[in-house]
Design a protein around this ligand. Structure first.
Ligand code: AP5
Ligand code: MG
Ligand code: ZN
Length: 216
């Protein structure tokens, strides 16, 4: 399965990716996670990306497209992959078309997780991430058993720098102006799978697995 996860910030792309990659045994490729890891390692790319991420802007296409192209050529992508947060504008989508054409493969499905704006700011500002294993929690919707401690590894939880009210709103604006048009782009290609993301996390995953079952 070669899949893309599309949806606004906070829609549940990362949350749902866990269940999808487990079922299909494919790598989860999140461009946001790649940039955050690069920043932790202190690479030049990570430092460059940080400025854009902290203000809710998109990292320039030439950086992102290069990172993804390199990642897709790794051997673990031969059996499939799940792209999360890429592509994010028309230029990136066209660049991806060229890359997959060059690799003689095609995208099987684009999972579009739909959630109304009014739900998203709460989801983002309440999110907590584990410093140890990267697991994601929410103070209300997926609270850890012990406050600020990861259920899986006991690591300390933290808040992403871009999960402030102000930056969340900016990210939502960027999503609507630059990313949302990709829904039509992939609908025209006949690969879109529309999913209601405004329900319980487990119900969202069930809807995704059912939709993927139809294209297997
Ligand atoms: P990225 O890391 O991709 O962030 P994003 O797209 O803004 O999406 P999020 O990760 O915030 O949300 P999510 O949909 O994964 O939600 P999650 O499952 O965590 O990108 C960050 C930045 O990197 C960008 O702003 C940009 O600067 C840069 N970047 C990345 N890719 C780029 C690209 N291609 N081009 C240019 N720049 C790029 O869920 C959120 C919270 O809600 C969690 O706490 C979760 O527990 C909770 N939750 C999830 N599902 C539910 C549910 N059904 N009900 C209740 N709560 C739920
Ligand atoms: Mg995410
Ligand atoms: Zn952890």
């Amino acid at each position: 399965m070669r899949l893309i996860l599309l949806g606004p910030p906070g829609a549940g792309k990362g949350t749902q990716a866990e269940g999808i990659v487990q079922k299909y045994n494919i790598p989860h490729i999140s461009t946001g996670d790649i940039f955050r890891a690069a920043l932790r390692e202190g690479t030049e790319m990570g430092l460059k990306a940080k400025g854009y991420m902290d203000s809710g802007q998109l990292v320039p296409d030439e950086i992102v497209v290069g990172v993804v192209t390199e990642r897709l050529r790794k051997s673990d992508c031969v059996k499939g992959f799940l792209l999360d947060g890429f592509p994010r504008n028309a230029n990136q989508a066209e660049a991806l078309d060229k890359v997959v054409e060059h690799m003689s493969i095609k995208i099987d499905g684009v999972i579009n997780i739909d959630v109304p704006d009014e739900e998203l700011v709460d989801r983002l500002t309440g999110r907590r991430m584990c410093k140890g294993c990267g697991a994601s929690f929410h103070v209300k919707f997926k609270a850890p058993k012990v406050r600020n401690v990861c259920d899986s590894c006991g690591g300390e939880l933290y808040q992403r720098d871009d999960d402030t009210v102000e930056t969340a709103k900016e990210r939502l604006e960027i999503y609507h102006s630059q990313t949302a048009p990709l829904i039509e782009y992939y609908t025209k290609k006949g690969v879109i799978l529309n999913i209601n993301g405004n329900q319980d996390m487990k119900a969202v995953l069930a809807e995704i697995i059912e939709a993927l079952g139809k294209i297997e």
